[in-house]
Design a protein around this ligand. Structure first.
Ligand SMILES: Nc1nc2c(ncn2[C@@H]2O[C@H](COP(=O)(O)OP(=O)(O)OP(=O)(O)O)[C@@H](O)[C@H]2O)c(=O)[nH]1
Ligand SMILES: [Mg+2]
Length: 306
């Protein structure tokens, strides 16, 4: 069999700054909402595995927390995840988001990404210049040219993750870097993470969308109980009990709101998406707990899976 017709399979890590559109890309590639997306930076905190399938390849995409300057122990843990994910990858999708503000994209960050993060891995790098839907065509060309000249990656592509533009090209570009000639997973598997992980992520997404300032960043979601009973008795809903952990009493009050209105709204929004994701009805119960400074405490971070 010639190389063109052989099957290709391997791992592709998606890395870049916070808010670049990494999770949006993963979701568009899989045509499935797997990774949570919000307009706020630092939404993704853990590695999200999403498995892309077509007739000629299987690509295990690894969405990562955005690379930022760490201020807290939680950030250090997030960066450790990104670093470890780079080691797992056969090829790296370095995402560079464009900007309307002068310079077309953040050159300082891109330089740090290449010189500090990508050089250390010595893996092939494909740059995905994202959000080109907000640029004029000539501006996109100029940005691509600058990246080619300054950092000389294996390949540079313009994409719009949100519009799904350039994604076919991206898959084709990644294929030659995939080392295996057989798939690692059956064709119907989208991820390796358990349902309860995605449920906690959906709740976190709704918190990021509903609350402002520090509240989303001070919050963690823990699934205390996930009782599956719908399959054995369709008259019963699955029961999901979760703790929303915050750092201070004041944050707890904000989360709950006047007469519990805010928490009720959150629960309704989360339940709707959880039911869509699981494709079955659920009973969702949310509790708010205070664990002071959990983001600074290694033991507590570990218990939350960081
Ligand atoms: N205009 C435009 N916006 C996009 C595009 N891709 C993503 N976005 C928006 O950018 C914001 C961040 O998207 P995410 O996918 O959460 O970004 P991320 O890189 O995963 O961010 P973190 O998880 O915080 O590191 C969201 O508001 C997206 O809708 C794109 O191609 N064009
Ligand atoms: Mg993300």
């Amino acid at each position: 069999m010639s190389k063109e017709t052989a099957f290709a399979c391997g791992y592709a890590a998606i890395v870049g700054p916070p808010n670049a559109g990494k999770s949006t890309l993963l979701n568009r590639l899989l045509d499935h909402k797997l990774s949570i997306v919000t307009p706020k930076p630092q939404t993704t905190r853990k590695k999200i595995t999403g498995i892309y399938h077509n007739d000629r390849c299987q690509i295990i995409f690894l969405d990562t927390p955005g690379i930022m300057h760490p201020i807290q122990q939680l950030h250090e843990s997030m960066l450790m995840t990104t670093r470890a994910t780079l080691k797992e990858a056969d090829v790296i999708v370095a995402m560079v988001p464009v900007s309307k503000k002068g310079g077309l994209f953040d050159r300082e960050f891109t330089d740090l990404l290449f010189k500090k993060w990508l050089k250390a891995t010595s893996k092939p790098v494909v740059v995905a210049l994202n959000k080109v839907d907000i640029l004029k065509e000539e501006e996109t060309e100029e940005a691509l040219q600058i990246i080619r000249e300054l950092w000389k990656p294996e390949k540079v592509l313009a994409i719009s993750a949100i519009q799904g533009k350039g994604l076919g090209d991206l898959v084709e570009t990644l294929m030659p870097f995939l080392p295996l000639e057989h798939p690692l997973y059956p064709g119907d598997i989208l991820s390796t993470a358990p349902e309860r992980f995605f449920v906690s992520e959906i709740i976190r997404e709704k918190i990021f969308l509903q609350y402002g300032q520090e509240v989303p960043y001070s919050t963690e979601v823990v699934i205390d109980e996930f009782k599956e009973q719908h399959e054995s008795d369709p008259s019963k809903k699955d029961v999901i009990r979760c703790s929303i952990v915050v750092e201070r009493d004041s944050q707890k009050h904000i989360l709950i709101g006047k007469k519990g209105a805010a928490l009720k709204k959150l629960g309704m929004a989360a339940r709707k998406d959880i039911e869509e994701f699981l494709d079955r009805p659920v009973f969702l119960e949310l509790f708010v707990k205070v664990r002071s400074d959990w983001r600074k405490k290694k033991g507590m971070l570990k218990s939350f899976g960081y």
